[in-house]
Write a protein that binds this ligand. Sequence first.
Ligand SMILES: Nc1ncnc2c1ncn2[C@@H]1O[C@H](COP(=O)(O)OP(=O)(O)OP(=O)(O)O)[C@@H](O)[C@H]1O
Length: 797
Amino acid sequence: MARKKRKTKSAKKKRSLRLSRQNKVILGSLLVLLSIALFFSFISFYFNWQDDQSLLTEFADRNKEARNLLNKFGAAVSHFFMFKGFGLASLVFPVLLCLTGLYMFLGIDLRGLLTKWIWGLVLLIWVSVSLGFLGAQQPLLGGQIGFEMNDFLQDYTGKIGVMLLLLFGLVVILVRLFGFDPQAVGQAFSRLNVPGMSLSGNRKASETGASQPDATEATAAAMDLTAEGEGSQEAEPEPVKPDPYTHKKDIPSLSGDSQPADEDPGQELEIEVAEQEEETDETDLRSSQLVSDFGEFDPTLELSKYKFPHLDLLDTHGASGGITINQEELEENKNKIVDTLRNYKIGIAQIKATIGPTVTLYEIVPEAGIRISRIKNLEDDIALSLAALGIRIIAPIPGKGTIGIEVPNKKPTTVSMRSVIASKKFQNAEMQLPIALGKSISNETFVVDLAKMPHLLMAGATGQGKSVGLNAILTSLLYKRHPAEVKFVLVDPKKVELTLYNKIERHFLAKLPDTEEAIITDNTKVIHTLNSLCIEMDNRYELLKAALVRNIAEYNKKFKARKLNPNEGHRYLPYIVLVIDEFADLIMSAGKEVETPIARLAQLARAIGIHLIIATQRPSVNVITGLIKANFPARIAFRVTSKIDSRTILDTQGADQLIGRGDMLFTQGNDTIRLQCAFVDTPEVAKITEYIGSQRAYPDAHLLPEYVGEDSGTGLDYSIEERDDMFRDAAEVIVTAQQGSASLIQRKLKLGYNRAGRIIDQLEAAGIVGPFEGSKARQVLVPDIAALDQLLNNETN
Ligand SMILES: Nc1ncnc2c1ncn2[C@@H]1O[C@H](COP(=O)(O)OP(=O)(O)OP(=O)(O)O)[C@@H](O)[C@H]1O
């Protein structure tokens, strides 16, 4: 534990030693300017040193002036470096300082500097020792250190020894620093045909009897390969030889058109990667600094005093939570099932009952050799013998190896919302948008995550519990989520079902700017809202892209950790739940204009936290179209009147055998589960919304992006120059399809809603489509592409 702490401490220390980007720029510029100052003072010191030497002792005297370009500072510093130090070689210092400064200033990885400093110092010593030979006559050339080192070496190796040592140093410098290879010199000589300098290759060629010109050609070809794509004969042939020490450098390039070594893209890439790493390091550093200063971003801070609704606002509806078991009824039903089956010569090996709130499930294991389909066919006969509605046979129960017969209880128990909200399962649910739908057949609370669904379709005949179901979903979310975390967009064409939620407008609802009521009851407003949600979706995707994350949960996590800068448009993203209470009404009056944005939202909105809940009492195929169905894998079916309706909702029958009053089938793609929906009455919803609504709220409802509808484009005086770049493509799409709708352009050309709307206006101005006609698509006034071409040509002429 202690070690861990120490580790994190040292890690913190390490991190805090690193310079921030701004500090690097400041320090970098200082170093560059200092190097310039040093350079000029060294140069001018070389010419004025004798005049200035007397001044060095009178440094404090302000009346004395040095001849050095940087006055007394220049004279003193240069005296230290050049006279006392390394002489002319001291010029290496300003060069190295300038390089370091530039690296810092331009944000290049500093690790590359180390080798430059090492070689710089080697050069410094080599030059100053070499010039130390002349120290007696010209003390400034090698400086005192150069002279002394030279003298010291001479004492042991003599003048010649020092010269040889220096010569060796020169070879090392030339080979390692400048990549010099004597072979290249040899090859250059051979190309010039210097007598007596022929290469071994040539010699070999002549030995094997090949003619001289052939051999020269071969060498030239070999050189071409190494000439790194320049292809010219004059190009200096690059030696292809691995480094004898590291075996890394000078690895011959395979392709002829590779870059020269100093423009190696790999190196550039390395620098880029290093820069990126540095950048992310820096943002990490900044964000952890911010987090340690202010703590994580808390989206709930604005309404920090917000109190979640408490359980007492909900009713028990007379249920104690458990189910009263009527043993007699149980026995009776069991016997009846066994008898009926026996009448049809179906023996039963085992029977077991599970009691749920509304139905009891009898699981039977038939004797060996009995066909399942025979039992399935007896559904009506069993129903008759039990004299009960809503018997459903599940043969076999998936994953259990038994056959299930669901028989409604004579006295169904109401599942109160209170009991499901109070359940441990819901209270401890680690979900983004937990919904307590009700209880399963085995009396377990059923909780699902709306964020995982990711959209929900609810259908059922009128009066079977749809509105109660919607309220149960909304209540679940109100009990679990803070106003900052989730926003509802409520569409209520029936105008009465969701009005209660008006009270929580400034807490939980989202609306279009400049609208009074947050709950939408008007169809044109619905279209605007849906399109506005599409814009919000596109905006959110942009934000996610910029933040390099894949979904809203990761995005918000990053935002809370202060890794995303609000100045760059980043913001905490609340989940948005769109609830449409009566979808049939909407799709009948607005058709495609509603269907297209809903399908688009359903297809794409899952990752960015927009979830759709659509309810309808008319589960027919023209309401729940294929396009809608394909995008709503999670479906709830309340009781319907026909098998066909059940198929339309669930793709399977069963919903027609439900008993109503919140009895429902839920599917999330594969299995169908029978549930009893939790019951929450209108007065309870009123109490909850009242409780929330009486608390401090945001100044306004959550505002959705503005949507400029097709109908609002009144200024139709677009000139030809003002037209959108995609105008012609859009015109062709519209004329080919003979359908003047912005959503078509949007889909075919992959444009945003605003842009497609503008193009439609331009098309109207150009006389290609007719005026806006409400929910119907605009009339296309041009019959075919040829006519369109003619129209546009006439325009330009
Ligand atoms: N989960 C439930 N538990 C007990 N009773 C329920 C449940 N759900 C609905 N009911 C009963 O059914 C009645 C009708 O429910 P609800 O208003 O939800 O139906 P609906 O499908 O929305 O009807 P409509 O389509 O006409 O609005 C309720 O008033 C209530 O008495």
